[in-house]
Design a protein around this ligand. Sequence first.
Ligand SMILES: [Zn+2]
Length: 583
Amino acid sequence: MKKIVLALLLLPCLLLQAANISYEVSMPEPHTHYYNVKMNVTDYQKDYFDVQMPVWSPGSYLVREFAKGVEGLTATFNKKMLRAEKINKNTWRIYAEKAKNVVVNYKVYAFELSVRTSFVDASHAYFNGTSMFMFIDELRNIPHNLTIIPFKEWKKVSTSLPKLKGSKGFQYQAPDYDILVDSPVEIGNQETFDFTSAGVLHHVAMYGKGNYDVETLKVDMAKITQACTDVFGFNPNKEYTFIIHNLTRGSGGLEHLSSTTLEVNRWTYEGSAYKGFLSLVAHEYFHLWNVKRIRPKALGPFDYNNENYTSLLWVMEGFTSYYDELLLYRAGFYDEETIMRKFKGSINNIENQPGNKVQPVAHSSFDAWIKAYRPNENSYNTTISYYSKGSVVANMLDLMIINNTKGKKNLDNVMQYLYNEYYKKQGRGFTPDEMKKTLEIVSGLNMDAFFEKYINGTQSFDYKTIFGYAGLTVEIVENKDPSLGISQSGNKIRKVYRGSSAYIGGLNANDEILAIDGFRVKGNINDFIDAKKVGDNISVLISRDNIIQTISFPLLEKGSTRYFIFNDSEKKNNVHQKWLSQK
Ligand SMILES: [Zn+2]
């Protein structure tokens, strides 16, 4: 009986193991911004099967509908056309008639150069697999092969995909679909260089001109990658690839298991902008642990057809944002004054954003798909970023853990616990409750009130007490000056801050300010407001949808709060020492 059941269970597995998927990507006319994709499915032999294009790219929590770039899909067997029809927004049904080999051909239009999409023009090609490769759901866990045929004038391919054993040229084999699409590819004549740190061979591919110096980058990126690795004690990769796009405008990155793509301003490699670049390197590299391996249950295995909801982005992005600054301090790029300025800046940012009193950071995480990635003129009033709020949460937790364990533990131990317990031991993601439990185990504190007030609620932290653990003094100063409470772009109002004079007085986003109190306004209105007192009436002449009107209202106090953090004592206490020390 047992044997029969076993044989029946094994049968479908054996059939799936026999099946094979490989892709061929070419770009013979790069100036037209099209890729040709050929998907070979062999030994699957179904009456019909479905091929699907992901609707989103992991790490970037927005449905982007990558199927919109697909055109001219056909399916053939031995050059004979098979019936193929689209059955929903991202799915094509291939009537394979049990054919041994099915070739699915399609083109992908790719002209959006961002870290999360695909692009090809006369100068280079870059793609994320999520906007290039269709998948067969049942076969997602088998190896996926890829052959790249670069445009004839291009000599290089940069990617973290493993080379297909014994292959020559640009042939790769991903162990499964997830890794195939988690390995972006840069194709062209990019500048490349390597450096080794933390026992890992790092490859760097530079697209675009910039004021970078390769030798400086090798030294500094080695320091950052080592500092990230030191948090966890070891590095799970043998090799790692940085793809860097140097553009006129650009800021951002996207994390992957063994690589990252960074998009930066081509002149970022000097002065304070360079520190910003190194912070971006630290951010994306830290993600190779935090979110790519340490991850919420909802983020893997991925559902490529729908939103993947998690209330934990404050850990995945917020903690990463805390470390992307802290690690620059640990690696010696920031002095103590600079890192304190960064921490203070984050606190001032969140505490003065009206949305911080409306949206708990757990909700901000959950609603990333429809709020954080789809901001509008009211977002500042109604949302808070899980990046900035999450980084302040991390800062508070770090100090609380150090204080309660008398300097024995810090937030690094939380990251290590999550990695060892859930990724290595249990091989899975964790739940919000398990995150809370982990914090309790490491800190020895009961976290019920913390989660209720600060994670699922919108209370402000008791900064005086928490920084007090490190012997620091916090001073809070209220700004009682008159203020209109808007942000502008030229004379146009972009945002009206909740509770401000303009908000209560009735000014709207998109109103064009023409005059205040009878004086013509050009751009900056601060001079008009500075000359007034709180309670004074102002009359604002505006154009709203091209209808001229006057709106009058009293000026209110700005009501913003500035947080200052001082170190009164000459010597660092133990908590301060454990929190901020350089090797
Ligand atoms: Zn991130």
